[in-house]
Structure formats: C-alpha cells, structure tokens
Design a protein around this ligand. Sequence first.
Ligand code: AMP
Length: 288
Amino acid sequence: MSPSVPIVTTVAELRQSIAAARAKCLKIGLVPTMGALHEGHASLVRAAKAECPFVVVSIFVNPAQFGPNEDFAKYPRTLDDDVSLLADCGADLVFAPRSEDVYRPGHGTWVTPAAVADRWEGFLRPGHFRGVATVVLKLLHMAQPDVAYFGQKDFQQAVMLRRMVDDLDVPVTVRLCPTVRQPDGLALSSRNRYLSPAARRRALALWKSLQRAAELVAGGERNAARLDAEIRKVLATADGAQVDYVAIVDPETFEPVEAVSGPTLAALAVRIDGTRLIDNVVLDPNAT
Ligand code: AMP
C-alpha cells in the first residue's frame, strides 16, 4: 500500500499537530505551495526532510496574489495527486486551508514588501508581492516552523520574503533551494500544464537564452546590455513569445547592473501563447 499523509484544514488542527511534534522536540519545516505539485515542490520537501523530522506542506491558492486578469479561477487544483506525491516524498502533514479561514471576514491588514519587490515581477503584477508577503507571514505565524523552504525559480519572491523575515523579526530560517528542470532544461512550473506540445517546445527558449548568457559570461562577456540583447535574440527564435522583461540585476537588490562584476542574476518573464513563464540563472564571472 502506498504511504499516506494526514490533511488538516483549520489553524487549530494545524497547531495541535505541530504542538505534538514540538512536544517530541522535533524541528519543524514548512514548505508553502499553491498545489499542482511537481518535482520542484518535491525537491523542497526532500530538502526539508533532510533537516527537519516534521515537515508541513501548505497548499493554498492564494487569491490575494492574483491580479484581476490573472489565472486564479483556472489555476490547477489537483489535491488528490498532490497528497500522493507528498506522501511519496515523506511529508508529515498537509495544511490545506479554505480561503474563508485564511481571509476571515473583516481581514484588513496587509504586508507592504520592501523595495526589492517594486521592480520586474512586482511592477508588472501590482499587488502580487503584497499578497505573497501577507499569506506567507500568516502561514509562518500559523505553523511557526523553524525553517521555511522556497525555490530559486521565484528568486525575487524569495529575496523579498527573506527581507520580510529579517525586517519583521520572524523567528524562522529561510532556505532557498535550486530550480528543478526537465531534462531539456524547462523549469518545472504548475503553469507548464497550460502549454500545448508546440508551445512547450517554444518555451525551451527561456532556458536556452539564459544558458547563452551564462556561456557568454564564461567566455569573458561582462556588459549587461550585450547580455540582455543576446538573451532577447534567443527568445525571439520562439514564435509568438512575448517578453515581459529581461533583467540583469544585483541578486540582493534587483537593481539593474551595467557590468557583471560579481554574482549577477539574469531573470526573465515571457508569455508563450498567453501562458506566463518565469526563469532565472545566477551569472558568476568568477566561476571556473
Ligand atoms: P508555487 O506552488 O508555484 O507557489 O511554488 C511553491 C514553491 O515551490 C515556491 O517556493 C517556488 O519557488 C517553488 N518552486 C516552484 N517551481 C520550482 C522548481 N521548478 N524548482 C524548485 N522550486 C520550485
């Protein structure tokens, strides 16, 4: 028989289970997700299990982080499959709250994220990071984990959350885990399931363009404008790809750089047939 994992939906039940784990002196890990889980999420759970004997995975499609014209209504909801994947990778508890219990009547308090959230994703998706910051702070208060795990795939989100945890003295350690890709390089994403086979082939241009930038840096290129142009050239080979942004930035501040003089983030957002995909890579001029 395949393993199973308990599911709780209320904060009271969540706290009861966590109190029982704490009573056994178990270190608690939290992996916040929106469900539609894949190997990227599984890698976070495995990283959590490697250092925390009790790992909670939250599954909550957070309405507050979707814009009015975004895909909240059609965002994939696959709870049964999610739970079997989580059982397989050793999660101890699933927390799947109802929206009404997260945003209770009268909810009116929101987190204003730091300036790192103003650009790129934050600029193009007004209110997105405010919604993310608020729900993640709530989840951290609900579960009170020792360690919380996030993916490098959403690099700007992770930097914004690290800043929030530090600025607001939240007693949790934030871990950033590497992006999991399919063998051909496409970053795993819950939104990949919107792609037709042809669109998926075109979506490979995202990773190819970032790899091209990494190759150029390895070959001595340091000029950010030229890297930007090369990335766009590769993206342009994907029919109908609409580039939201290409960012060559300081990985802490997300301010654009003119030259790659230390670890630098190349990040991008591209729409392929209406599906918005993001990806990034750290360009390291000192890598051997
Ligand atoms: P989401 O369910 O899309 O909100 O993502 C939940 C967490 O999984 C976030 O911290 C993401 O950065 C992380 N994540 C999503 N895709 C990947 C991936 N391909 N590799 C590693 N982590 C990921």
